[in-house]
Design a protein around this ligand. Structure first.
Ligand code: SAM
Length: 185
C-alpha cells in the first residue's frame, strides 16, 4: 500500500518548480528511481544500514541524479538555510520523536517559494476508521507505527489552512500534504 503514497508524493515533487530536492528518512531509497532526472536528490536517514541499501540501489539502477545519501537527523540537519527547493518526507513524520521540530527544520532548509511535502498515515477524522485506529493505538510499539498520529500533531492551524491536503487513492489510507513555503510562518 505504501507504494501508492510514495508514487503520489514523487509525482507531486516532479510537477513542482525547482530542482534541488531533500528527501528525509530516505530509507532504502525505494522512491529514488521515481524522480524525474532533472531533479537533484539529497537523501538523509538516521540508519546507516538503510542508507547502504539505498546506495546499492543508486549504483544498481544508475541513478545519476542522486547527489548524496548521508546519515543525519532530519530534526537537526547540517544544511544551510534555504538550501533546497523542495523537501519531502514519506512515512517519516510519525516516526520521528518531535514532528514539530521536523517541520521547523524543513521550513529552515527550504527556500521561500519552495515546497514541503509529507505523505503519511494520519488518524481518521471520524467514522469507523477513527474507532479502529484509536483501538489499534495501544499496539503501536508492536505494529512499529502509530495508527493514532493526528495531522494536527504535525501541522499547526496556520499551516493546516495553507496546505493542500488530499487522500491518496485507491483507499485513502494515506494523505499527501503539500505546504508552500513562506518564511514568515
Ligand atoms: C517508515 S521508514 C520510511 C522510509 C522511506 N521514506 C520509504 O518510503 O520507504 C522511516 C524512515 O525514517 C528514518 N528516520 C526515522 N527517524 C529519523 C530522523 N530523525 N532523521 C532521519 N531519518 C529518520 C528511519 O531510519 C527510516 O528509514
Amino acid at each position: 500500500m505504501s507504494a501508492f503514497g510514495r508514487r503520489q508524493a514523487v509525482t507531486a515533487v516532479n510537477a513542482l518548480p525547482g530542482e534541488k530536492v531533500l528527501e528525509v528518512g530516505v530509507g532504502t531509497g525505494l522512491a529514488l528511481p521515481l524522480y524525474n532526472k532533472n531533479k537533484r536528490i539529497t537523501g538523509i536517514d538516521l540508519s546507516e544500514d538503510m542508507l547502504e541499501r539505498a546506495r546499492q540501489r543508486v549504483v544498481r539502477e544508475h541513478l545519476s541524479n542522486v547527489d548524496d545519501l548521508a546519515e543525519m537527523d532530519a530534526e537537526a540537519t547540517i544544511f544551510e538555510d534555504n538550501s533546497f527547493d523542495i523537501a519531502v518526507a514519506m512515512f517519516v513524520a510519525s516516526v520521528v520523536p518531535h514532528p514539530d521540530a521536523l517541520l521547523k527544520e524543513l521550513k529552515r532548509v527550504v527556500r521561500p517559494g519552495g515546497h514541503i511535502l509529507f505523505v503519511n498515515h494520519f488518524l481518521a477524522q471520524d467514522g469507523l476508521r477513527l474507532k479502529v485506529e484509536r483501538a489499534m493505538a495501544s499496539a503501536s510499539r508492536s505494529l512499529g507505527w502509530h495508527p493514532d498520529f493526528a495531522i494536527e500533531t504535525l501541522l499547526p492551524p496556520e499551516d493546516m489552512q495553507r496546505a493542500t491536503i488530499r487522500p491518496v487513492p485507491p483507499l485513502g489510507l494515506f494523505t499527501l500534504v503539500t505546504l508552500p513555503q513562506n518564511k514568515d510562518t
